[in-house]
Design a protein around this ligand. Sequence first.
Ligand code: WT7
Length: 664
Amino acid sequence: MFLLLILYTEFWGKIAKEFYWKTPYTGNFMDYNFDLTRAKIYIRCMQGATTNMCYNVLDRNVNEKKLGDKIAFYWEGNKPEDYARITYKELLQQVCKFANVLRAQGIKKGDHVAIYMPMIIELIVAMLACARVGAVHSIVFAGFSAEALSERILDCSCSLLITADGFYRGDKFIKLKEITDEALKLHGENPVKKCIVVKHLKATKENDKTSTQSNLPPAKRACLKLQDNHNEKAKNVLHKTQIPWNEEVDVWWHEVMKEAGEECEPEWCSAEDPLFILYTSGSTGKPKGVKHTIGGYLLYTATTFKYVFDYQPSDVYWCTADVGWITGHSYLTYGPLANGATSVLFEGVPTYPDVSRFWEIIDKYLVTKFYTAPTAIRLLMKYGDEPVKRFSRKSLKILGTVGEPINPEAWLWYYNVVGDRRCPIMDTYWQTETGGHMLTPLPAVTPLKPGSATLPFFSVVPAILSESGEELEGEAEGYLVFKKPWPSIMREVYGSYERFESSYFKRFPGYFVTGDGCKRDKDGYYWITGRIDDMLNISGHLLSTAEVESAIMEHLAVAEVAAVSHPHPVKGESLYCFVTLKDGHEFTDELVTELKNQVRKKIGPIAAPDYIQIAAQLPKTRSGKIMRRLLRKIARNERDLGNTSTLADESVLEALFKNRVETI
Ligand code: WT7
C-alpha cells in the first residue's frame, strides 16, 4: 500500500514538473477522504501550489516551447467553404485581449461567467480568458433551450453571459441571441448584468455573398474573422435591428475587443481554485453543477490526452464533441492545448452537406487522431461503406470513442471501414464527474476487445461491488466504483455539498460510485453494461427520466407520467413515456406533439421522447411507487414480466400492453 502511494506521488509529481507553478505544492500530492461514515468527503490536489491554467496551455507553449507559430485550431464551419485557422501566438493574443475585456466588465477571480455559444474560435477564446482572470466558466450547450439556460445561469449566479447572434447546424438555423434573451426574461431576478455577443452570422453571410474570402489564404481569413473589423456603421445598425438588442445589457464582442490591450497578466490561482462548473443530469431531475479545479484537472487531462492518443507533435487531432459537454472541455480544449497540439474545431454536423463530411474533413486537414461518439458511428454506418471510401483517410492513425457503450457491430465497422484495419480504437470510459479517461486502452499496448473499455488508466483503481457492497474479485458483474481519487475528480456539486456526498459516496461508503453497471471478464477487462440509476444515455448525452417527467408534468392535461429507456438503433437509447391524463382531456396526435414540444422547450431537442403512450393507470406497488421495471418491459413488448407480486393491481398491465406504441 505504502509503495503504491510512493509510486502514485512520484508519477504525478514528475508530470507536474512539466507545467508551470508560480509556487510549488507543499505536503502530499493528494489529500482525501472517501469515507462518509468517518468524516466529510474532501479531495485536494497539490495544496499550496499556485498557477494559472491559461498560462500553462498558452504562454508556456508560446514562450518556453516556442510553439507560437504552430496552429492551435483549424476551424471548419458548418459549410465546407467556411474555414479558418489560428496559431498559438494568435490565440494567446486574442485571449489576452478578451481577458482585458472581462476585467473591464468587472469580472474578477472567482466570478461565474456563463457561455452559450456555437463551435467557433471565440468560444475557446472566451473559456481561456475566463481561466486567465481566474473566473469560473459555466458553459451551456448551445442546443439547450431558454429554460435550461436560465436554470443553469440562476443556479450558479453568473453575472456575465457570452453568446453569439446565431448559427447554422446543417440546414437548421438557431437564433441563439433570441433564446438568450428569452432565458434572461424568464425569471424576474436574473443575475446577468452584461451580455457579450459575437457577430458570427454576419461573417458567415458575408462569405456566402462573396467567394473572395474563401480565396484568401486561410491564415488571412482567420485574422479577418477574428479581428472582425466590422466598422461599417450602416451594416451594424442593420444587423442590430435584425436580432433583439438591449442597449443596457448587450455589447458586441468585436466592439469591446477593438479597444482592448494585448498585455494581460494572468491571475495566479491556487491549484484547488475552481476552473469551471459544468452541468450534468442528476437522477432527481435537477441538473448538478459539477465543479472542477485547476491543478489536478490540468495534469490529468494533459496526461490522458498524451498517452491515450499517443500524442506526437506532428499530429492533427480531431475531437468531434461539442465544447458544451465535458469531452469538449477536456479533449478539445484543455488536454490538447496543454500538449501544444493542433486540433480541428468543427461547427457542423456529420450529415451536412452530405454523409461524407467527416471523412472529407479528415482528408482536408490530414487528421491523424480522430475521437467521436458511438451514436455518430451508428448513424453513418447506416449509409454503408461508399461515402467513407470516397475519401482516402490515409492520414489516420488512432481512432477513439466516448459517451456510451459501443456495440461490437459499430466497433467493427469503425475499425474495418473507417480505420481500414490499421488504426486501434480507444474506447474511453469516463464521466463529467471524472474529468478525464478512467477505463481506456493505450495504443499498441492494450490488446483490444470490441465493446470493452478495457483497463484502468495509470493510478485509477476500480472495483466491482455486489448489491451489499462487497468487493467482487475475478470474473464478476456489479456496481462500478473507484477506490482512490485521481487528480481530476470533481470537487463538489455547486451549491450543495450534501448532494455531492449523497450522489457519489453514500450508497457504498469508502468508494466513489459511478452509477454504471459493469462486468469484469476472465482477462480482467471491464465492460460497461449501462446506467443502474434512473438515467439514460441518448446519443451519448446523459439524461434523467425525472427531468423529462417533470417537463411533461407541466402540461395541463397530464395527471401522471413515467418515462423509461427504450433501445434505439442509432441513438443507443430513446425515451418511451406513459402518460395518465386528467379528466376531460383526450389523448390525440396533437396532444402527443404538444407533449414532445414541451420537453424540447424545457430541456432541448435531444430530450424529446420518441414514444408517448396513454396509460389509464400506471403499475404501482402497494406503497404507490411506480414499477418502472415493468414499464420498460411493456415498452419493449416483453411479456415475461418476472415477479409481479408487489403490484397493487395486476389488471392495469393488460391495458398497457394493448395501448403500446409501435417502436423501431
Ligand atoms: C456516462 C457519463 C465521458 C464524456 C461523455 C459523457 C457513459 C461514457 C462510455 C464508454 C460505456 C460510457 C456512462 C457514463 N459512458 N463513456 N466508453 N463506454 N459507457 O459524459 O454525460 O457525464 O456521461 O456515459 O454511462 O456514466 P457524461
